[in-house]
Design a protein around this ligand. Structure first.
Ligand code: UD1
Ligand code: PEP
Length: 416
């Protein structure tokens, strides 16, 4: 099993090109199921989760062409299976995103329930409730959600802001008979990106980017070409790395406008940030100042950046209080960071991080995707060698992270 070996303390200075967003690419790949025509996607990140989605879609009979690793052509004109099997769903929760489009187009779908994962229980009751409101008959049997029925427009108010739930329901509603409104909808840029792609395919969606999305159902969708939005979490991760290491970085092919909450916190930590249409630069000339933060749905501070900021706080001046409100078990990086000398006290959904002068390298274990990213940042600033085990989590969501970091001066390599 691959590991990452990092020798901490190398100065970071240089440029990195940001990939397309995992959390936009996965739903948009599933949107390929909504039409018999070809959906052409560019800026698709090269990730394990993308490969898993490709396998899932191919298993259903979707033709997937990838001449260039970042460009995909999906053609769902010979769909032969309406089932998303447990073997794939268990490795990637986003598989639940085939439920809405498959049911909408074929009147039937069976998707394995994803179950809980390391960071929380993550139920899908809101997806089910919304589809039932649209007229689907749903049973849970043998670990699968089995749905059938002709969908009709409905008013749906979700109990909480759910990103995947909003995406699934939006994809279901585009082919439903009549108008659907999703209230308390997620406003994440990745939801917006999916809606934009669906509209290019002939859907009639408005209000995306606000908390009320209106979808006027159409008879069928057609092919389109769409470029995946840049990954704001990958962007934020590299910005945090440069800030923690008191370095400089210029990130290309990214967008400042979709990550203001993160940029504000980095400025509060003492970073000097500039941005243009498709780039962001960060210059950190001092030891970071600790920041307090609370994770919340977009446009507030994202849960997917919580772990990376925890590492920033571990080497900061002062004490930072972090409150995680989205997932009930998303502090698993804290004990690993403590093994590197961090001073973190967690209680419930709050972590109090007292900055220390130095972390020291150690062998640590990645427990989930963003926890892994936080350990990479810790390794970059720690004294001595850090070995990170179980980096398959990292490969789900970061394209060639070791290559990108080596490019700005980090001493990091993948070992077997
Ligand atoms: C609102 C939010 O920040 N969502 C994050 C969530 O999206 P993801 O789509 O995975 O999760 P949701 O947005 O659906 O979940 C938000 C919260 O609602 C709960 N829930 C959700 C659906 C449902 O049917 N029932 C239910 O109880 C979840 O357990 C969670 O506590 O994880 C992703 C991966 O880390 C992040 O990129 C998203 O930013
Ligand atoms: C936890 C994440 O992804 P997933 O929802 O695919 O588990 C993430 O993107 O941080």
């Amino acid at each position: 099993m691959d590991k990452l070996k990092i020798n901490g303390g190398a100065p970071l200075d240089g440029e990195i090109t940001i990939s397309g967003a995992k959390n936009a690419a996965l739903p948009i790949l599933c949107a390929g199921l909504l039409t018999a025509d070809t959906l052409r996607l560019t800026n698709v990140p090269q990730l394990r989760d993308v490969l898993t989605t490709q396998k899932l879609l191919q298993g259903m009979g979707v033709r997937v062409m990838t001449d260039n690793v970042h460009e995909f052509e999906l053609t769902a004109n010979q769909v032969s299976s309406l089932v998303a099997p447990y073997e794939l769903v268990k490795t990637m929760r986003a598989s639940i995103l085939v439920l809405g489009p498959t049911l909408a187009r074929f009147g039937e779908a069976q998707v394995s329930l994803p179950g809980g994962c390391a960071i929380g229980a993550r139920p899908v009751d809101q997806h089910i409730k919304g589809l039932q409101a649209m007229g689907a008959e749903i049973v849970i049997e043998h670990g699968y959600v089995k749905a059938r029925g002709k969908l009709r427009g409905a008013r749906i108010v979700t109990d909480m802001v759910t990103v995947t739930g909003t995406e699934n329901l939006m994809m279901a509603a585009v082919l439903a008979d009549g108008v659907t409104t999703i209230e308390n909808a997620a406003r994440e840029p990745e939801v917006f990106d999916l809606a934009e792609c669906l509209n290019k395919m002939g859907a009639r969606i408005s209000g995306h980017g606000t908390d009320t999305i209106t979808i006027e159902g159409v008879k069928s969708l057609h092919g389109a070409t769409h470029a995946i939005v840049p990954d704001r979490i990958e962007t934020g991760t590299f910005l945090c790395a440069a800030a923690a290491a008191q370095g400089r970085v210029v990130l290309r092919n990214t967008r400042a406008g979709i990550m203001e909450a993160v940029l504000d916190k980095l400025r509060e930590a003492g970073a000097y940030i500039e941005a243009g249409d498709d780039w962001i630069s960060l210059d950190m000339k001092r030891r970071p100042k600790a920041v307090n933060l609370r994770t919340l749905p977009y446009p507030a501070f994202p849960t997917d950046m919580q772990a990376q900021f925890m590492t920033l706080n571990t080497v900061a001046e002062g004490t930072g209080v972090i409150t995680e409100t989205i997932f009930e078990n998303r502090f698993m990086h804290a004990p690993e960071l403590a093994r590197m000398g961090a001073d973190i006290a967690t209680e419930g959904n709050t972590a109090v991080v007292r900055g220390v002068e130095k972390l020291s390298g150690a062998t640590v274990m990645a427990t989930d995707l963003r926890a892994s990213a936080s350990l990479v940042i810790a390794g970059l600033v720690a004294e001595g060698e850090t070995v990170i085990d179980r980096i398959y989590h990292l490969d789900r969501g970061y394209e060639h992270i070791e290559r990108k970091l080596s490019g700005i001066g980090a001493n990091i390599e993948r070992i077997s």
